[in-house]
Design a protein around this ligand. Structure first.
Ligand code: SAM
Ligand code: SF4
Ligand code: SF4
Length: 339
């Protein structure tokens, strides 16, 4: 039975952050020198994730995405994929990764039953990659992308566009994706938890991106969409399709059916939500499946979150959360909640 929130949005889409750790330090997500990690004993075991996912599936979730942190840092991830892929209620089973560790495991992930893959890529320039992500890993990322071309054809590439940082690569990245038959989605820079150096001046709006692409590739036509997916999709004259996720300037909270489970079992109803609902406590405390489902249902019924719209209505806008607050509560971080 589908469960709806206070704005009639269904509970359909679950993002599972399987670790808060990462092997990159993207400046829009983890720009600080050090981080407080979730205690190891709090991290959900695969059996625990499995049981929680079952409850969400009973309540109407049919889209599951593995994320993080960097999900490929989670040991034996293909085993978790195998477990979840066996669940027929998961209609769409995807993962978002930075691809540093992808090449050697892409085949195993496919064989384990993962349906789709999204790879984050913000630059094609090795020096810029180091500036943006602090590690010299573009080579391994490209190797991961090459592996995805064969194992996950039609995979997606996600690019956060930041003015003065990588906005001059809009066209090269679009061409790079097209050559690999990948669908690229350009994401507006968001003022979420980890983005402690965010400013509105650095946001490249959807309108600006479309103008740049049209100036280079000619007319761009919108692709009619019926799903609740955040990306608006567009087609170039040669048939190339790309997306833009305008989370900052034109948020899509109205149809948001997404929630996030952190690696330690806190359930967040919105990327901007201040607090998560503890599911680990009841799970480890012996709650029955029915009790877990009742908890989730009650919380989702009361959901009114429209975080990005609320941010948009502010006249003065700066990073969402001060660094000192983030240092005290890692759950406010994007790399803990999962993107
Ligand atoms: N580590 C994996 C990766 O980078 O693909 C998965 C987790 S990462 C948090 C998921 C997505 O969140 C990435 O595509 C990243 O670009 C996006 N993200 C992180 N911080 C962001 C920000 N400030 N604005 C927009 N997107 C952001
Ligand atoms: Fe970058 Fe993803 Fe790691 Fe954040 S979690 S620093 S976006 S690779
Ligand atoms: Fe959904 Fe919150 Fe993002 Fe709006 S800001 S689209 S409600 S997660």
């Amino acid at each position: 039975m589908p469960v709806f929130d206070a704005h009639q949005r269904p509970l359909r889409n679950l993002r599972l952050s399987v670790t808060d750790r990462c092997n990159l330090r993207c400046q829009y997500c983890m720009p600080e020198a050090d981080y407080l990690w979730l205690p190891r004993e709090d991290i959900l075991q695969f059996e625990e994730i499995d049981r929680l996912v079952d409850q969400f599936l009973e309540l109407g979730v049919d889209k599951v995405r593995l994320t993080g942190g960097e999900p490929l840092l989670r040991r034996d991830l293909p085993d978790l994929v195998t477990r979840l892929a066996r669940k027929p209620r998961i209609r769409d089973f995807a993962m978002t990764t930075n691809a540093v560790l992808l090449a050697p495991v892409a085949g195993a992930l496919k064989a384990a039953g993962l349906h789709r893959l999204t790879i984050s890529l913000d630059t094609l320039q090795p020096d810029r990659f180091v500036k943006l992500a602090r590690f010299d890993e573009l080579g391994r990322v490209i190797a991961g992308i090459d592996a995805a071309v064969d194992t996950f054809p039609g995979f997606k590439i996600d690019t956060v566009m930041i003015r003065g940082v990588n906005d001059d690569e809009l066209i090269p990245l679009l061409d790079f994706a097209r050559e690999r038959r990948a669908e690229i989605r350009f994401i507006e820079y968001m003022d979420v938890g980890g983005a402690t150096s965010w400013s509105m001046q650095q946001v490249v709006s959807r309108q600006d991106m479309l103008a740049t692409i049209a100036a280079h590739h000619g007319p761009v036509e919108p692709v009619p969409e019926t799903s609740s997916a955040p990306a608006e999709r567009y087609r170039l004259a040669d048939g190339t399709v790309f997306g833009i996720i305008a989370s900052t300037t034109e948020p899509f909270c109205k149809s948001c059916d997404r929630s996030r489970l952190t690696a330690d079992g806190l359930w967040y109803l919105c990327l901007y939500g201040a607090r998560g609902v503890d599911l680990r406590g009841p799970l480890r405390g012996g709650a029955s499946d029915e009790a877990l489902r009742e908890l989730v249902t009650g919380v989702w019924h009361a959901r009114t979150d429209r975080g990005a719209e609320a941010r948009l209505s502010l006249r003065e806008r700066s990073p969402l959360i001060p660094v000192n607050t983030l240092r005290r509560d890692p759950h406010l971080e994007m790399h803990t909640r999962g993107g």
